[in-house]
Design a protein around this ligand. Structure first.
Ligand SMILES: Cc1ncc(COP(=O)(O)O)c(C=O)c1O
Length: 410
């Protein structure tokens, strides 16, 4: 039986993908194995750290006609519900080291930041800020609370009350702006300049690279955990994207570690927020206008992160888009698993990679295009759990705890 109903998928093969291209010095200065090891040393010392599970889905693999599917389930990451816990919080820690180092005229290490009471006191005078539609702001607020600095998070008009409270729980001041996400970004920037605060953004733009690079470096710990737990190196990796930082962190990891054995790498976006696919078509970064209307809130981005583009422009084999309806069906599919598979709680922005795989596996020309065969070993990242529990229950028809309980009975 087909796991999903048919839905339209756009698949664009990247003409700039060059299999023999070296990872290269520019990209090494952005994301590298030594910098990943540093992020791992820091993040794994935080309270509550544990690698998230890598789940084998043999039932879905059978249905999709591939050898294996592994799903890295980020729902439990540090109790925050998404992989974003790794990035924003690590960028806050790195910024505090840089800023205090400058003030004191010496290097300040991550260890000292947490153990030295004088440095901790100094952190209390520093304020970090960002605009968010949920997950990134939660991570920044959590990191700020852990490290003892102040935090102001901007959310736009339609961010749910539940998401607002989830951020406020970590002691941040949450400011709701009247406009859309871009206006919240402008407000955060404006207030940061006026007050001497530090913006911790997950996207990069000219003149603003250090912080988003740290964010992406934090994400790579998730990839490292997955790669270390896999029984075999994957042949295919499909990853959902908003500004592209997450996808670039994953792509760069496999490219740098095994340039001769790179998995086929596919970037997946919502059909109405496809800034990466449009940039690939144009051969340069272009913005997508319009209301970016998608249920996949974490992926509703109209502008590509420049650092991410440095990796994805020639590092991704293909870009593809899926409609919201395919994401919702995939959330339900994971909640009511195939025989042999675990029940998985996956939020709206978590499932685009899996949805795209299942849809393309049904399409002989897309499968041939990507080299999907019965021998393929696919790796996916379930980037969030029910980060908006009310919306999750509306879309799936059951709460996360009901899904987990019923799954364990099965
Ligand atoms: C759950 C989830 N998955 C994926 C992404 C995409 O990450 P990026 O914007 O770095 O592409 C986001 C971004 O907020 C997210 O919240």
């Amino acid at each position: 039986m087909k796991p999903l109903n048919p839905h339209p998928v756009t698949l664009y093969r990247n003409p700039r993908f060059t299999p023999a291209e070296a990872y290269g010095a520019d990209r090494t200065s952005l994301l590298s194995a030594p910098a990943m090891a540093q992020a791992q040393a820091v993040i794994s010392a935080w309270p509550g750290y544990a690698p998230t599970p890598l789940l084998a889905l043999p039932g879905l693999a059978r249905a999709a006609g591939v050898a294996s599917i592994h799903y890295k389930d980020e729902a439990g990451r540090f109790g925050l519900g998404s992989f974003k816990a790794l990035g924003g919080a690590y960028a806050v820690a790195s910024l505090l080291c840089r800023e205090l180092g400058q003030r004191l005229g010496r290097l300040v290490s991550h260890d000292e930041l947490q153990s030295d009471p004088v440095l901790r006191q100094a952190c209390a005078d520093i304020t970090v800020t960002c605009a968010t539609d949920g997950n990134h702001g939660r991570s920044v607020a959590w990191g700020a609370q852990m490290l003892g600095c102040r935090c102001v998070i901007y959310i736009h008009a339609t961010v749910s009350e539940g998401r607002k409270q989830a951020i406020a729980r970590y002691g941040a001041q949450v400011v709701r702006t009247s406009g859309n996400y871009d206006q919240a970004v402008q407000q955060a920037d404006h207030d940061a300049k006026a007050q001497g605060w530090f913006v911790i953004s997950d996207t990069s733009y000219p003149g603003y690279m250090d912080v988003p690079r740290d964010v992406m470096q934090g994400y790579q710990l998730m990839v490292h955990e997955a790669a270390s737990a896999l029984p075999q190196w994957p042949t295919h990796v499909l990853v959902q994207a908003g500004v592209g930082g997450f996808a670039a962190a994953v792509c760069a990891y496999f490219w740098e570690r095994h340039p001769e054995q790179r998995p086929v790498f596919v970037v997946v976006e919502p059909e109405r927020a496809d800034c990466l696919l449009q940039s690939a078509r144009a051969g340069e970064v272009v913005a997508v206008k319009g209301d970016l209307d998608t249920l996949m809130a974490g992926l509703a981005c109209g502008e590509v992160s420049l650092l991410a583009w440095q990796v994805l422009a020639s590092g991704a084999n293909a870009f593809c888009t899926i409609p919201d309806a395919a994401a919702v069906e995939t959330m339900r599919l994971l909640a009511s698993p195939q025989p042999g598979d675990p029940a998985i709680v996956a939020g709206e922005s978590a499932v685009a990679g899996l949805a795209a795989l299942l849809l393309m596996a049904e399409d002989p020309s897309a499968s041939a295009n990507l080299g999907l065969t019965p021998d393929s070993r696919v790796l996916l990242f379930g980037s969030e759990g029910d980060t908006d529990p009310t919306l999750y229950q509306q879309l799936v028809g059951r709460s996360a705890s009901q899904v987990r309980e019923q799954g364990s009975d099965a």
